[in-house]
Design a protein around this ligand. Structure first.
Ligand code: NAD
Length: 261
């Protein structure tokens, strides 16, 4: 299998895009560490499923990515239990929809901490071992909102633009180390993150649920369909392969044409 010698750490992978990425790597034989919140039994069954699919170890770490000491421990645990991550997927993210004057400052802090600052910490903890091996892949789940804005999402848009800039910078710093650093920028993907913002968008814009889905979310996407988590996972697999060795510092859109407009 393509990745049977590799260890992959995927943050925010108990649901949505991260879970699809974990499943895609496990299907290619990788040992996986997943991370994120959720029901204990659900997480156990995901870990069992990944172990069975890969024939390699899989484990879950419940680190809160808003806390640097927990990130540090997560990387150390990955290193001691399955080996230092060859492939790091920074995917955890949260959202909160409100106009700038109504956005609670603590929501701003949470979004910046989890969507942006955590990417800095995981990267700085994981890079030395990648450098020592002379091989590594770092893939950050950014967003179409790393390139363009939408109203009522100032913290999220600021964080994702930050992820895009961080990606380019670390790509330059690691360009001669056998390591690539890229971000994937999906448009709207049907996951709980999108589902949860529908009520607040209905409130902020005075719209019905169907109007939010068709006139706000899919309005931006010329294909008029949601991107699937499996499509994002397919690109993460490609970027992790040898034939993607010259792709670094890129921000790859997967947004049904949204940012082509
Ligand atoms: P999701 O809500 O299904 O998954 C988010 C994951 O992050 C979950 O596993 C959750 O437990 C975890 N998480 C949340 N807070 C955490 C914390 N403090 N510490 C550790 N884990 C935490 O959402 P998703 O849509 O799959 O989002 C994944 C990534 O994709 C995010 O970075 C998001 O910004 C990005 N993204 C999503 C879309 C979309 O339309 N769904 C579009 C573009 C980018």
């Amino acid at each position: 299998m393509l990745f049977d010698a590799k260890r992959v750490l995927i943050t925010g992978s108990t649901s949505g895009i991260g879970l699809a990425i974990a499943r895609a790597f496990a299907a290619e034989g990788a040992a996986t560490m997943i991370n994120g919140f959720g029901d204990k039994d659900d997480i156990k069954s995901i870990v069992d499923e990944l172990t069975k699919a890969s024939g390699a170890p899989a484990l879950h770490d419940g680190a809160d990515l808003g806390k640097v000491d927990q990130i540090d421990k997560m990387i150390a645990r990955c290193t001691s239990e399955i080996g230092s991550p060859d492939i790091l997927i920074n995917n955890a993210g949260i959202q909160f929809v409100a106009p700038v004057t109504d956005l609670p400052p603590e929501k701003w802090d949470d979004i910046i901490r989890i969507n942006l600052t955590a990417v800095f910490h995981t990267t700085r903890f994981a890079l030395p071992a990648m450098r020592a091996k002379g091989w590594g892949r770092i893939i950050n789940t950014a967003s179409a909102h790393s390139l363009v804005a939408s109203p009522n999402k100032c913290a999220y848009v600021a964080a994702k633009h930050g992820v895009a800039g961080f990606t380019k910078t670390v790509a330059l710093e690691t360009a001669q180390d056998g390591i690539t650093v890229n971000c994937i920028s999906p448009g709207y993907v049907w996951t709980t993150l999108v589902e949860n913002q529908i009520p607040d968008t209905m409130k902020a814009r005075g719209l019905s649920r169907d109007e939010v889905i068709n006139d706000v979310l899919l309005a931006a996407q010329p294909t008029k369909r949601f991107v699937t988590p499996e499509e994002v996972a397919g690109l993460a697999l490609y970027l992790s392969g040898e034939s993607a060795g010259s792709i670094t510092g890129a921000n790859l859109s997967m947004d049904g044409g949204w940012t082509a407009q």
